[in-house]
Ligand binder design. Structure first.
Ligand SMILES: Cc1cc2nc3c(=O)[nH]c(=O)nc-3n(C[C@H](O)[C@H](O)[C@H](O)COP(=O)(O)OP(=O)(O)OC[C@H]3O[C@@H](n4cnc5c(N)ncnc54)[C@H](O)[C@@H]3O)c2cc1C
Length: 394
């Protein structure tokens, strides 16, 4: 028996994945409410690269017009070794990679999803979850108001790598914690030469001057382990690492943004558990190398949106969500996206080893260098990064 529900689907998190999913659900005719804990969208510098499959998704929904012209991201790389991503699909309208700051993408997705009728409630933090046979209930706290509950047929956790939904619903994670760390900063008032994945005896350094005159530096010191951080690294730490690797002093710079990341590789063993599902960083935690973290999540949302909308609006809406084979469309979301997620995380893990390893991986780099001279090998890796899957046989 089906009880009264406030909406068809609750999406937790108005990041890029939650917003794309909300719009997709509306296109499929489902009612959707997004609960987002932040009162304002973040303007933090995060991912900035869009790959071919994501560009296809955005183009099909008219979202590229909203973003305006996007500059090419130039040739790509595999673990710091040059790899021209146009090799994935030569002649494809969106072959290669494209630059778009994540905040700009999120703003366009927000406008699109809300114009389609998605209800986005900011300042609403989900703190409780109860999955019942006929509905799911999300407990949330709205700033300055009493705790409240919203009910729906399904709830999707798009609430990022520290997902509250994942924890509350008891999803299992498999994989490994990070073993190597990279520090990153956007600094004003420094003047160091641009360089891409420059290897030094003590580590790796990258510098890139943005059009606004700030410089993005990324540095890894060989042997540095991930810290249990509750806040970003300080300028002193980034400057000390930079000096150790390059010998240059950037300590007088003004930090605009400071960040660190590591090569943690974790994936939910199931993306669907009864009436609760996961997508994006909530489903998989990975090193953000080459923009693959953002692109993987957006592609989850595109796959899930159509299937979940069809499930909740169609005859399948009798909601046999529990039990094998009960909801084939949702099982197919798990099967498809879990498989692709696992392959992408393995790909990223290999890249992390090549990128951040010291002299002990020189042999591996040399073998990869030879393989990257072979057209079919380049195409295979470029297709994986571009989200296009393995080449068609023949
Ligand atoms: C500092 C930083 C730098 C990054 N750099 C890169 C990069 O260079 N390249 C790359 O590919 N990727 C990068 N990433 C990763 C990329 O940003 C993510 O892959 C992408 O944002 C995933 O989107 P998402 O929607 O799954 O999760 P998120 O963008 O994390 O969005 C999750 C949303 O859920 C909300 N939320 C969380 N908990 C709750 C709750 N209990 N109730 C309500 N709302 C909640 C959060 O406020 C947030 O808005 C970076 C991430 C960070 C944090």
């Amino acid at each position: 028996m089906t009880g009264p529900r406030d909406t068809d689907v609750i999406v937790v998190g108005a990041g890029p994945v939650g917003l794309l999913l909300a719009g997709e659900l509306r296109l499929g005719g489902a009612r959707v409410t997004v609960l987002e804990q932040l009162t304002e969208a973040t303007t933090e510098s995060r991912a900035s690269t869009l790959h071919t499959r994501t560009m296809e998704i955005l183009a099909e929904r008219g979202l590229l017009e909203r973003l305006g012209p996007l500059p090419s991201g130039g040739p790509g790389h595999f673990g710091g070794m040059p790899l021209d991503l146009t090799a994935a699909a030569p002649g494809h309208r969106w072959a290669g990679q494209w630059k778009c700051p994540q905040a700009r993408l999120e703003a366009a997705l927000y406008d699109w999803a809300t114009e389609l009728g998605a209800r986005v409630l900011r300042g609403h933090a989900v703190t409780g979850l109860c999955s019942r046979p006929d509905r799911v209930e999300a407990g949330f706290i709205e700033l300055g108001a009493a705790p409240a509950v919203l009910t729906a047929a399904y709830l999707v956790g798009c609430d990022g790598e520290r997902s509250t939904v994942r924890q509350l619903a008891g999803f299992e994670l498999a994989g490994e914690d990070g073993a190597v760390e990279m520090l990153r900063a956007d600094l004003a008032g420094i003047d160091v030469p641009n360089r891409r994945f420059e290897r030094h005896p003590h580590g790796l350094a990258t510098a890139f001057r943005w059009p606004d005159g700030t410089t993005r530096v990324m540095v890894h010191v060989h042997g540095s382990r991930p810290q249990r951080r509750t806040r970003p690294p300080g300028l002193d730490e980034v400057a000390a690492a930079w000096a150790r690797v390059t010998g240059e002093d950037i300590g007088a710079g003004t930090p605009v943004w400071l960040n660190s990341f590591d090569n943690t590789r974790l994936q939910a063993t199931r993306y669907v558990k009864g009436r609760v599902l996961l997508a994006g960083d909530a489903a998989h935690v990975q090193m953000p190398v080459g923009g693959q973290a953002l692109n993987l999540g957006l592609q989850d949302a595109a796959d899930l949106g159509r299937k979940l909308a069809e499930h909740v609006t169609g005859d399948a809406g009798s909601d046999p969500a529990d039990g094998p084979g009960g909801a084939p469309l949702l099982d197919s979301y798990h099967d498809t996206r879990h498989r692709i997620g696992a392959a992408t995380l393995t790909n990223i893990q290999a890249q992390a080893r090549l990128l951040l390893g010291g002299p002990e991986v020189d042999g591996l780099r040399s073998v990869f260098g030879e393989l990257l001279e072979i057209g079919s090998a380049r195409r295979h890796l470029a297709r994986a990064i571009s989200g296009l899957g393995p080449p068609e046989p023949g």
